[in-house]
Write a protein that binds this ligand. Structure first.
Ligand SMILES: [Zn+2]
Length: 277
């Protein structure tokens, strides 16, 4: 599943490649996505210029002229690729191209989603803050609002495992399963620790590890996922830098102890029993 670094990498690529282009047409596939895409979607965006590509948590916000915004979520398996006139389908099955926007330079912006858990929604930009999915989200992990003080406040007195606290989108928006394991390894804290028992020094290490890990992942354009490709159709390169995720039994990079796997909140979590307390 694409996580925040993948979506941010995609945002930045699209921000460089499609801003300034005008949507001249397109088509919406017949099969529904997670949310029904309105039939007049294309007619409504036609003639509008793409002004900016923004992001909130894992939602891409394609801001259009006339005060409109396309809210896109890649779901489990979605990708949004920018294809010029000659480009093929980047190895993606064209049967899963569920939405396509034709741009004025002959290129296309294509939303492909085999499992159809994605969201594509058009709304007035001024109504964005009323969108239920965005309303409940906590602060951005790379923003100034997220700090050790903030995290300490949220962890205080809580029995929930610290990994689940980090993955709670109401507390901080956009940290998923893979990066939560990586962040806790970096901070030296076991994923199963009760949030309320995590010390102030550990909270500070976690709060530092969050932007460090996500920032490095964004540099590497995210991790390679089964169906994740960036807007140029290229896979991310961060997978080789994952230190614990999906490495059960492999030696810890710091101490060589075989890494362990534990299920926390129904999600596989990976840690080093020696380096993480
Ligand atoms: Zn270790």
């Amino acid at each position: 599943m694409p996580e925040l670094p993948e979506v941010e990498s995609l945002r930045s690529l699209l921000d460089n490649s499609v801003v300034g282009r005008t949507i001249v047409g397109g088509r919406i596939g017949k099969k529904p996505l997670r949310r029904h895409v309105t039939r007049d979607f294309i007619a409504d965006v036609k003639g509008h210029r793409i002004e900016r590509i923004a992001r909130r948590a894992k939602y891409l916000l394609i801001e259009l002229s006339g005060g409109l915004v396309i809210v896109a979520h890649l779901g489990m398996s979605g990708s949004l690729t920018h294809r010029d006139g000659n480009a093929g389908s980047f190895g993606l099955d064209p049967a899963h191209d569920h939405a396509e926007f034709a741009l004025d330079d002959g290129s296309r912006l294509v939303f492909n989603d085999p499992r159809r858990f994605g969201i594509l929604r058009l709304m007035a930009r001024e109504r964005l803050s009323t969108l239920k999915e965005l309303e409940a989200l906590g602060p951005e992990p790379l923003g100034a609002e997220f700090s050790a003080d903030y995290l300490a406040g949220k962890a205080h007195g809580r029995k929930v495992a610290v990994k689940n606290l980090l993955m709670d989108q109401r507390i901080v928006a956009g940290i998923g399963n893979i990066y939560a394991s990586e962040i806790l390894f970096r901070a030296g804290v076991r994923p199963t620790r009760r949030s309320g028992r995590v010390t102030r020094a550990e909270i500070e290490r976690i709060a530092r590890a969050v932007p460090a890990v996500l920032g490095e992942a964004i540099e590497g354009r995210g991790t390679t996922f089964r169906n994740y490709l960036d807007s140029r159709g290229e896979p991310g390169r961060f997978a080789s830098k994952l230190l614990v995720y999906d490495r059960e039994g492999e030696p810890c990079v710091q101490c060589s102890t075989p890494l362990r796997k534990v299920v926390v909140g129904q999600r596989a979590s990976f840690y080093c029993a020696k380096c993480q307390r």
